[in-house]
Design a protein around this ligand. Structure first.
Ligand code: BDP
Length: 695
């Protein structure tokens, strides 16, 4: 029997029954027909890539000719393109590459190709990798770094190059054109000659796919690497050091994109160590990069331990600097004012900085949304932020429009996502986390895109006709009804389910730090810990109620929002339920819009989250006949763990808060199965086994 199995395993590649290990992402191979691709007579790596993609993937009429045409046209913005029956037109080579991928996507998803123009919303569509030179990934849940390896900075293997190429191709297929290769908590080592050699090797592989290379830099590099006594941005010796370093970088990587900087933030050095402002620091680097057309992305993620409300600080520090930044500086702002929580209102910096280029930063990696274990489709969260109206320049000044150049004049526009990519075979740990990489690219290309459409597109590309799947579906319509529709619904409900079972009604930052932000921890407050790193700072649970008072009578964070939002958020009667405890501290028996008490409403949300995950399990089980066995089993197993996690969150939070509310758990919900003591003692369900990594 064993022998037979082995023989079958050996045979299966020959039979074309490759296992669906997820490595192909949304670019799974399929049979192509011969096609003639006509490209402009130009020796160009990008055009060669476009041609190759079409030749590998074209499924239209055999013998057809697809023409790629470079053409200046007022209709094109950045790397936009026009599709037509003949092929693709664009003003840039990258535009032709994106058009080629769009043609292929239309074929694969069964969409027709009408003559139409597609322009990107943002000029730079950027992944931030939080990868360290030793190969670890901060907040990474998909294995080690694809770029860095302990003790091997100089050795670039063919395997490395193959992986980087696959990575670049995946990015190009969804319009991502920039990558920051290392962690914002940057090691000075990244700027050493040794590491820059590897940066060059990576940049050389990414370039033919239109992906530009950037680095995160540590502000004190002149001291730590250069041996200077200071990193004061106004000191001529410091400026000289940066000039030399930047020159060295551009010798290696002539089209280098620029720097991402986390400075004077969470213990990182910065201009404030020398009595200078964020603008002084950013402008010094911007001036040094300017001759090379390089950019500085300066992060606004700043807060000090002593402030009474962390949510207000970035705004307070950066608004007075509006207009003081060079035009090659972009201020990078997290979507919410605190820190990538499952739900936050949009950061009030969006729209408030009117003379500064501002770029939204989203977290693709699921630090606060279940790591690689829980299924969380994040596009609805990003869409919610991008479509939030800031009112800063009148109604309709959404976050998207305030950052993509539609509302304010800005020299550059960009959207960044903290990458979830690692060495795991399927790249992202959870097969469904690939959808977040995909959705990020699609939203950065079109900030008005709809989460539902992106989900359907990704599902079709990723699961349709999977190898070895039991092809029960009688027709495409059948597959749509039995797989696509229910699984897309699951995806669309998944982020809200996590909000419900972890931090409903505006609660935030109540996770456990013991387990790297996975699992509940509303009690977590070790002695001597910075208060603003502990959950009680955020939920403020007490006998008199729960929630953070950010009204005019409290921290007054509401006033950082433009009217009518300031007034709307300030009044519990008009504040949307989903932000209620973000802005208000309310008694446990506060009467909600539903007529229920706050306590009962909270309990119902927690319970609803749990029930939702159970429903996801049923949906996935029913989808089994339409999914390949490998991915079915992995996702099924993860959903089981997620279900345990959801129950733990619900029980732990309700039992913890009950100590203050002294109100009964409503009879309508599932009674707790854990005790509070047990939850505190072991605040995380067992982790499912990791996916095998590439050797
Ligand atoms: C927090 C992460 C931390 C990051 C920080 C940041 O916990 O690892 O360094 O954000 O964005 O969410 O700088």
């Amino acid at each position: 029997m064993k022998k037979l199995l082995f023989a079958l395993l050996l045979l299966s590649p020959a039979l074309g029954l490759r296992a669906e290990d997820g490595h192909q992402l949304w670019l799974r191979p399929h049979a192509a027909v011969p096609v003639t691709v006509v490209v402009p007579a130009k020796n160009s790596a990008l055009l060669a890539t476009a041609k190759q993609e079409l030749q590998q993937g074209w499924q239209g009429r055999a013998g057809a000719t697809v023409t790629l045409t470079l053409k200046k046209d007022k209709a094109f913005k950045y790397d936009g393109f026009r599709l037509s029956a003949q092929g693709v037109q664009a003003a840039t080579e990258a535009g032709l590459l994106y058009g080629a991928f769009e043609l292929l996507r239309r074929q694969q998803t069964g969409q027709s190709v009408a003559e139409e123009v597609s322009n990107p919303s943002y000029e730079l569509r950027l992944l931030n990798h939080w990868d360290n030179p030793d190969g670890s990934v901060e907040r990474g849940y998909a294995g080690k770094s694809i770029f860095w390896r302990k003790d091997s900075a100089l050795v670039v293997t063919n395997r490395d190059k193959k992986l980087w190429q696959e990575y670049a191709r995946a990015n190009a297929s969804i319009g991502i054109n920039s990558s920051v290769l290392n962690n914002v908590n940057a090691s000075p080592m990244i700027l050493s000659a040794e590491y820059l050699g590897r940066v060059k090797a990576i940049a050389d592989v990414l370039r033919p796919y239109g992906v530009k290379t950037y680095l995160s830099v540590k502000f004190s590099s002149p001291v730590l690497l250069g041996g200077l006594k200071t990193a004061d941005p106004l000191d001529p010796a410091v400026v000289k050091w940066w000039r030399g370093k930047v020159k060295e970088i551009y010798q290696q990587v002539p089209d280098f994109g620029g720097f991402l900087v986390k400075a004077s933030s969470e213990g990182q050095p910065g201009p404030q160590d020398y009595g200078r402002t964020h603008a002084d620091g950013a402008n010094m680097l911007a001036d040094v990069l300017k001759p090379y057309k390089g950019l500085v992305m300066w992060r606004a993620f700043v807060y000090s331990p002593n402030d009474k409300d962390r949510a207000k600080q970035a705004y307070n520090e950066f608004v007075p600097l509006d207009g003081k930044f060079r035009d090659n500086v972009i201020v990078q702002v997290k979507n919410g004012p605190v820190d990538f929580q499952p739900r936050e209102p949009f950061s009030p910096l969006f729209g408030a900085l009117k003379k500064t280029a501002v770029m939204p930063e989203f977290q693709i990696t699921q630090e606060y949304l279940g790591h690689e274990i829980d299924l969380a489709y994040l596009a609805p969260m990003w869409e919610e932020c991008l479509q939030s109206d800031t009112y800063q320049a009148g109604p309709g000044s959404t976050v998207a429009r305030c950052t993509n150049g539609s509302v304010y004049r800005q020299a550059h526009s960009s959207m960044a996502g903290v990458s979830n990519v690692g060495l795991d075979t399927n790249w992202t740990g959870h097969d469904f986390a690939q959808a977040n990489w995909y959705a990020f690219g699609r939203l950065a290309w079109n900030s008005s895109a709809k989460s539902a459409q992106i989900a359907e597109e990704w599902l079709k590309l990723t699961f349709q006709n999977a190898a070895g799947a039991n092809q029960l579906a009688a027709s495409a319509a059948d597959w749509n009804a039995k797989f696509l529709t229910p699984v897309a619904q699951l995806m669309l409900a998944s982020r809200e389910a996590i909000v419900d079972y972890s931090m409903p009604l505006g609660l935030h930052h109540i996770m456990s730090a013991t387990h790297e932000h996975y699992g509940p921890g509303p009690w977590w407050a070790p002695p001597k810990m910075r208060a603003d790193w502990t959950p009680p700072y955020y939920h403020q649970a007490a006998a008199n109620g729960v929630g953070f008072d950010r009204t005019k009578k409290g921290s007054d964070a509401v006033s950082q929002y433009h009217e009518p939002l300031a007034s709307q958020f300030n009044d519990p009667a008009t504040c949307p339920d989903e932000y209620l405890l973000w802005f208000h501290h309310l008694p446990w028996d506060f009467k909600m819009k539903s007529g229920r008490t706050l306590w009962d409403e909270l309990a119902l949300h927690y319970d609803h989250g749990v029930q939702q995950v159970r429903q996801f399990q049923r949906t996935w089980d029913q989808a089994q006949p339409y999914v390949d066995a490998e991915r079915f089993a992995v996702v099924q197993n993860k959903l089981r763990s997620q279900s345990g996690n959801a129950v733990l969150w619900k029980d732990a939070c309700l039992l913890y808060f009950q100590q203050f509310s002294h109100m009964p758990i409503p009879a309508a919900i599932e009674p707790p199965m854990h005790t509070l003591e047990a939850a505190i003692a072991n605040d995380m369900p067992p982790r499912p086994p990791r996916q095998p990594r590439q050797p």
